[in-house]
Structures are given as structure tokens and as C-alpha cells.
Design a protein around this ligand. Structure first.
Ligand SMILES: [Zn+2]
Length: 359
């Protein structure tokens, strides 16, 4: 029953999105022109959570990237009052710092060999930090864009030595990490960033596992929204924005770097770490993150941050899975949430009640 509805929903979304990108239908679906309507709100409130595949400590939020308005949030406490390692979502920051520094050739190819001995990672470096690539067999030759799409740890470990650590910390601050987003959700905490990154920790810092780094889900949501809206750091708000003026907290100024990162996030969905969940078909671009928090037994948190539609970004999403990985569970949760939001929007826009009616 659930699978049948899911297929029906996917097919409908595929048809509508195909129409909107091709010939002009009588009524074109244009997400960027839509506001959160009472109709969408009612559907999500009444039926959005039916059979939802999430656990008690999982969470997600969807946000309008032009206003900061949070359109749908589940488990807000986990996104606002708890801090975690950012995992590979932090590679977005590292990539920005590298691009902004002008010290990195984006066409420079690095050959990822998977799990070599640390001494082989970098020429001339005597002691390694133990960073390994998550893909044991290695990614082979990758440039910056593909390294971001595949989330290659070794490429980013190498970047950590090309860009001064202070620039990485500065970029993280620029994206608002380690600070409160000043949302209107009670009890929000700020997270943290280190004042200084030790040489033996810089590689782990670049891949989102550094000492002293702690982020909130809201912080990551605000960061990815700024990537999608070309640099404006917004204050997330659950109250209608008409009641709270749009509040800009900062500006991330290198537009070219942001455009590059958006392309990489599209590629992540197309053939990288987001491809297993077919996010490209949904028009969702993003970055996965898996943050280790326990050695024995091995445990990880899963993150997904993204935006949609790919062509004209209008919304951002963050998904957190307490016990899972970014590319599987968190990306899957984001897909489910975004899919249901889109279905509710389309349902209201075309005044049809597909899929929801038979429940
Ligand atoms: Zn790799």
C-alpha cells in the first residue's frame, strides 16, 4: 500500500516536473513562485507524517531560502539545542575556503588510492593524522568538483595543507557555524569552533571531524541556504515572515565559489554520494555527511544538507539521523520530506488530491 502510493507519487512528480522543464503546460508548476499556503500547511500537519520512516531522535527542517521561513520542521529540539560533528557537510566550507583563497587549482588532479598508509597521503609529511578515504578501493583521479561530489576524504586532507587553517576557521565563521542562528526556536545553542587548529588535527578539521567543532542542524540549514541563495545568511524563523521582518545575519561574498559549490552539489546527486537515493530525479542537490561518534561499536550520525529546485533554488533542507550514515539514512530522510512537501504543494497548486485521498 505504502509502496504503491510512493510509486504513484513519484510518477506524478516526474510528470509534473518534466512538464515544467519542457513545453509550456497550461498551468506551469513553479516552486519559486509559491508561498507556504494554508493548504500545504494543512496537508503536512494532518497527513505529512503518515508512515514516515524516521526514528525518535531523527530530525529534519525545510526552509525558504529567500526569507528564512521554516516551512516544515520535525524534532526541532534536535536541530536547535543539540550539537554534533558536522562530518563531510563541512567539506562545503573547506571547498569555499580553498576557492576563495585562490591558492588551489580547481583542475588539479589528485589520485585517491583509498586507504594508503598516512605517510603516502602527502609528499614530505612525516606524520599523518590517520585520515582515510571512506571508499576503500579509492576514488581514482579527482579534481575539486568531483572530490566534493564523491566526498573524497583524502583530497580534502590534502587541501588542508594548501589552505591555512585560520582561513578554514574564518570560512566556517562566515557561514555562521559556531554561532547561534538567532532563530525563534526556544533554547537554541550556538555550537563551537576552535580558536586555533593544531597541525596534527588540520586534516580531520578539513573533513568535519576536527577537535572543538560542534554544529547544530539549524546552523547547517542556514549555511546551505546561503550557498543556495548566493550568499545571504538568514535567520531561520518558524513564525510567518510577515510578522518577523526578513533578517540577514551576514553575507558570504564569493559568488563564483558558491556557484562552483552548487554545481558540485548537483553532481553529488547525479553520480556522487547522493545518487543512491535518486535525489537528482527529484531535483534535489546537496551534500551528505557521516560523523563518527563512537569507535566500539562503530557508530555514526548521518547528515544531509541540500537545496531545490536545482535550476532555480528556492528551498533548503537539513536532515539528521542519530544513528546512520549521510548517503543512506539522512539522504533518504531528506528525500522523503522534500518529496512529501513537493507533493503537497503540487496537490494544492493543481487542486488535486492524489495519493492523499485514499488514506
Ligand atoms: Zn577518495
Amino acid at each position: 500500500m505504502i509502496r504503491a502510493r510512493s510509486l504513484k507519487l513519484s510518477f506524478f512528480l516526474f510528470c509534473v516536473l518534466s512538464l515544467s522543464q519542457g513545453n509550456s503546460p497550461a498551468q506551469e508548476y513553479s516552486p519559486s513562485s509559491l508561498e507556504m499556503t494554508p493548504c500545504v500547511s494543512r496537508i503536512l500537519k494532518d497527513r505529512g507524517r503518515d508512515d514516515f520512516p524516521m526514528e525518535k531522535m531523527d530530525a529534519f527542517a525545510l526552509m525558504d531560502i529567500r526569507t528564512g521561513r521554516i516551512l516544515w520542521i520535525e524534532n526541532p529540539k534536535f536541530l536547535s539545542s543539540f550539537v554534533f560533528q558536522a562530518g563531510s557537510t563541512f567539506k562545503l566550507v573547506t571547498a569555499y575556503a580553498a576557492l576563495d583563497s585562490g591558492k588551489v587549482d580547481i583542475h588539479d588532479i589528485f589520485d585517491c588510492e583509498g586507504n594508503p598508509k598516512p605517510a603516502k597521503i602527502l609528499d614530505g609529511r612525516k606524520k599523518g593524522s590517520g585520515v582515510k578515504c571512506w571508499l576503500e578501493s579509492g576514488h581514482g583521479p579527482v579534481d575539486l568538483m568531483r572530490a566534493l561530489a564523491y566526498s573524497c576524504n583524502l583530497y580534502f586532507a590534502r587541501l588542508a595543507h594548501a589552505v591555512p587553517a585560520r582561513e578554514l576557521v574564518k570560512a566556517a565563521r562566515l557561514f555562521g557555524l559556531g554561532q547561534s542562528t538567532c532563530s525563534d526556536i526556544p533554547g537554541e545553542v550556538s555550537g563551537s569552533l576552535p580558536q586555533h587548529v593544531d597541525l596534527d588535527d588540520v586534516e580531520r578539521f578539513a573533513i568535519g571531524q576536527g577537535r572543538g567543532v560542534a554544529v547544530t542542524g539549524l546552523g547547517l540549514l542556514s549555511m546551505v541556504a546561503a550557498i543556495a541563495n548566493d550568499g545571504v545568511l538568514l535567520r531561520p524563523t518558524v513564525k510567518p515572515v510577515s510578522e518577523n521582518k526578513i533578517s540577514e545575519r551576514g553575507f558570504v561574498g564569493n559568488s563564483q565559489a558558491l556557484e562552483f559549490i552548487r554545481h558540485a552539489m548537483v553532481q553529488a546527486s547525479q553520480f556522487g554520494t547522493g545518487s543512491q537515493q535518486s535525489l537528482y530525479e527529484l531535483g534535489l542537490a546537496g551534500k551528505t555527511g557521516t560523523a563518527q561518534w563512537k569507535d566500539v561499536p562503530w557508530r555514526t550520525h548521518g547528515w544531509y544538507v541540500g537545496y531545490w529546485p536545482m535550476q532555480r533554488p528556492a528551498f533548503a533542507v537539513v536532515a539528521f539521523v542519530f544513528s546512520g550514515t549521510g548517503s543512506h539514512e539522512a539522504a533518504g530522510l531528506a528525500k522523503e520530506a522534500v518529496g512529501r512537501f513537493m507533493a503537497a504543494e503540487i496537490s494544492c497548486f493543481f487542486n488535486v488530491d492524489f495519493g492523499w485521498k485514499d488514506r
